[in-house]
Design a protein around this ligand. Structure first.
Ligand code: MG
Length: 168
């Protein structure tokens, strides 16, 4: 069994991951609207990854005999002034998610819940990657500006492929 406060925190995290998915799908839709098919693809991949994160938490909670309670997904932003602004929001959001994961980790330390700590290690590593990737793209976008450079860079973002996690 899993202690109540960890169960609650994991349920909140499931909602946060689905919110993230919805947030990135909203960005993908803005990219589709602005004629940036590569960036649209990038955010659609991100959308799928976030759903996988939610499922990873769901599967873990079930395997510990916890109860999954799905909550409504709050409204997401649906308009950005530029692709740079979208990736700046992406970085800010991922930094926030890192904080959320760290808080659950601290809770698991307090509770001496070693299984939850072990499960969260994957997410700790994943957040380092998420933040690094957003930061790299922000740097590139600042360098190239608008116009032809952006067109070329969009083609690069088109190459991102969704690779499903090996989950049980
Ligand atoms: Mg996530």
């Amino acid at each position: 069994m899993i202690v109540k406060n960890i169960e609650e925190a994991l349920n909140e995290q499931i909602n946060a991951e689905f919110w993230s998915a919805y947030f990135y799908l909203s960005m993908a839709m803005q990219c589709a609207d602005k004629g940036l098919p590569g960036a649209e693809n990038w955010f659609r991949v991100q959308f799928k990854e976030e759903q996988e994160h939610a499922e990873k938490f769901i599967n873990y909670l079930l395997s510990r005999g916890g109860r999954v309670v799905l909550q409504p997904i709050a409204k997401v932003k649906n308009s950005w002034n530029s692709l740079l602004e979208m990736f700046e929001d992406t970085l800010k959001h991922e930094q926030h998610v890192t904080d959320l994961i760290n808080k659950i980790y601290a809770m698991a330390l307090d509770e001496k819940d070693f299984a939850t700590q072990s499960m969260l290690n994957w997410f700790v590593d994943e957040q380092v990657e998420e933040e690094e990737e957003a930061r790299d793209i922000i740097d590139a976008l600042k360098l190239i500006g608008d116009g032809y450079g952006l067109y070329q860079y969009d083609r690069e973002l088109a190459t991102r492929v969704f690779v499903p996690l090996a989950t049980k």
